[in-house]
Structures are given as structure tokens and as C-alpha cells.
Design a protein around this ligand. Sequence first.
Ligand code: FE2
Ligand code: FE2
Length: 217
Amino acid sequence: MSAARGEAVCAAPGAAAVTDPTHLDGTILLAPTPPRWVEAALRELPQLLIDHANCEKKAASSALALMFTYADDRPLALALSRLAREELRHFEQVARAMGTLGVPFARQTPGRYAAGLRRALRSADPGRKLDLLLTGALIEARSAERFALLAPRLAPPLSRLYAELGSAEARHFTLYLDLARASAPAAWRVRLATLAACEAELATAPDRSLRFHSGPV
Ligand SMILES: [Fe+2]
Ligand SMILES: [Fe+2]
């Protein structure tokens, strides 16, 4: 897929990122979410919830796709089977919250963040499996960070739900990172630095519309 006009191009990682890809209190994110994204998310809560519900479905679907592609990897299959079920439970929890708040479902078109990460993936193995696991870890880490930022600013019952989901996604981040380490013990650090730089740019550059993983609008 070619880069669309105006979309962020991933930067090459700096030397610090290559030697130490874990930053920000143990996470792998190379840049924090801009405060302007948090303010926009609170202002446009219905749109945030619609995209959040979509992300939970996508998280389950991505885990299932990995299980099909790497069917010979039994530890991966068992771990991601559990993860996919958990993501679908998250979807049901968000769907219930949307119902309580009167937010209707709507189809989402692919956002800049997901499209940008997809472009950074290598197209074939060896290499693609590691990239898919590392981007899984990065997306989960970004989700955990944003749930933690939003939870204290929301009213119950959404505040409690977002705090719980933040803990779950932090656990998923660790799971994907462990699978990536096991998949490529020698290569994961350098590749993570490259993909983390790409993710940080996509999550912080200005965006046209609010998404759970967009930059500030
Ligand atoms: Fe989730
Ligand atoms: Fe997750």
C-alpha cells in the first residue's frame, strides 16, 4: 500500500531508541499521547466509543489472523485464543456502555494509525511474524496508556470500565512482547526501535478525525 498524501511518514529511529526500546516507565512507547488528544476524546465521547468498539473487534480479529497464519506455533495459538476471547468480551462491555449512553453503532473506515503501521510491516517471512507481534505490542501499549489517561477524567460507570480495560491491555502488551522475543531473540530489539518510532509519529502527528489511536485532531 502506498502512502497517501499528507499522511505521516515513519522516521528512522534515533540511537537511544535502538539501544533501549523500553521507555516511559517500562512501556515500549517512544512518545506520550499529546494532551490535546485527551481533550478531543473527552469532547467527542460518542465518536471515541464508536471507534473503541471497532478497535476491540479488530483486536480479536488480528489475534485470530495470527493463529491462522502461524498455525504450527502452539504456544502462540493458545495465548492468542485466550486474548481473542477477552477482546470480544471487551467489545461486549463497550457495546453495553454505548447502549446505556444512547450511542449508536456506526461503521468505521480504516484510520491513519492502522494504515501507517500496516505500511511499516515487512510483507513476507522471515520478518513479518516478528513485525506483526511487535505492532500488536505497540497497539496494546498505546491502548493501555490512553485508557489510563481517560479513566480519571470520565464519570462512572465508564471510568471504572476504562480503568479495567487499561490493566487488561497492559497485560496484552506484555504477552505480545513476550511472543515477539521468543519468535526472534536476536532481532526483536532493533526492529522494535524502528516500529516504535513509526508508532510514536502516527500517534502524535495531527489527524483529520478523532480515533482511539489517532493523533490530536
Ligand atoms: Fe481490549
Ligand atoms: Fe488488547
